[in-house]
Write a protein that binds this ligand. Structure first.
Ligand code: IPE
Ligand code: IPE
Ligand code: MG
Length: 246
């Protein structure tokens, strides 16, 4: 039976056709905790561990970009306590990442409006990005106070500002527009994974995932692991990406 197989034997994907960029909606922390009669915040603690594990695995197998949805522009609707705990966990995570940076060698970027976060968090983010920019093995993008609609509106505004003194500016193209998004210089995701059984994007990378492959699983994010990722990648490799071609 499959569950008695060793991890190595469960790997069913081909290394030649790995997705270059995987994006994940890290969802299901609250339900994972509630199922165990724990406070929702315990789910966020467990979810942060899963993130570390999955990011390490992505690096080990040669994924170039991993983008995770950590906190959305809509997540401020949650209780003050829950939001505070998530921010506290983020600070802890960033401190640890800075400490382990030379060992882990992961380039890290933050996508979203971080200007409303605490000064301490903003400083930690700036430090993490600065110290990790020299690494080129894997790039991990953390979407924080990120919402795709806000990102698109911001891009339109920034584009308009950029041409306001240039009446003969060339007409805007898709490629030029994409340069105004937080994801400028990052290729579009090949594979989007949403655990926890929800089948929606929840305002995640609407522009960038126009031609991504989607993979949904009932597994809650804290239960997600290397085997689940193997399964998602193997499923991705069965897809026929046509991009509108016949
Ligand atoms: C995802 O897990 C984490 C964040 C949105 C910050 P949830 O907290 O949304 O977990 P569920 O969906 O309530 O189970
Ligand atoms: C999406 O999950 C945002 C993150 C995982 C950070 P949500 O739990 O906020 O999404 P909805 O509310 O179920 O759509
Ligand atoms: Mg959720």
């Amino acid at each position: 039976m499959l569950r008695f197989f060793k991890k190595k034997e469960m790997k069913t994907w081909e290394s030649e056709r790995l997705p270059r960029h995987i994006a994940i909606v890290m969802d299901g922390n609250g339900r994972w905790a509630t199922k165990r009669a724990l406070p929702r915040t315990a789910g966020h603690v467990a979810g942060a561990e899963t993130f570390r594990r999955v990011a390490t695995y992505c690096k080990d197998i040669g994924i170039e970009y991993l983008t995770v949805y950590a906190f959305s522009t809509e997540n401020w609707k949650r209780s003050e306590d829950e939001v505070a705990k998530i921010m506290e966990l983020l600070e802890k995570y960033l401190h640890e990442s800075i400490e382990k940076m030379e060992r882990d060698k992961v380039k890290m970027k933050f996508l979203g409006d971080i200007s409303v976060l605490s000064q301490n968090l903003q400083d930690l983010i700036a430090k993490t990005e600065e110290l990790s920019k020299k690494f080129d093995g894997v790039q991990v993008n953390i979407c924080l106070n990120y919402g795709s609609r806000a990102e698109i509106v911001r891009a339109v505004q920034n584009y308009a500002d950029s041409i306001k003194d240039t009446p003969d500016a060339p007409r805007l193209t898709e490629e030029n527009f994409a340069k105004f998004l937080y994801t400028a210089d990052i290729p579009d995701p090949d594979l989007v994974i949403r655990p926890s059984g929800e089948m929606r994007l929840s305002n995640f990378l609407l522009w960038q995932t126009a031609y991504s492959e989607y993979y949904f699983t009932d597994c809650l994010w804290p239960d997600f692991n290397e085997n689940e990722l193997d399964l998602a990648i193997a499923t991705y490799q069965t897809r026929d990406r046509r991009y509108g071609n016949a």
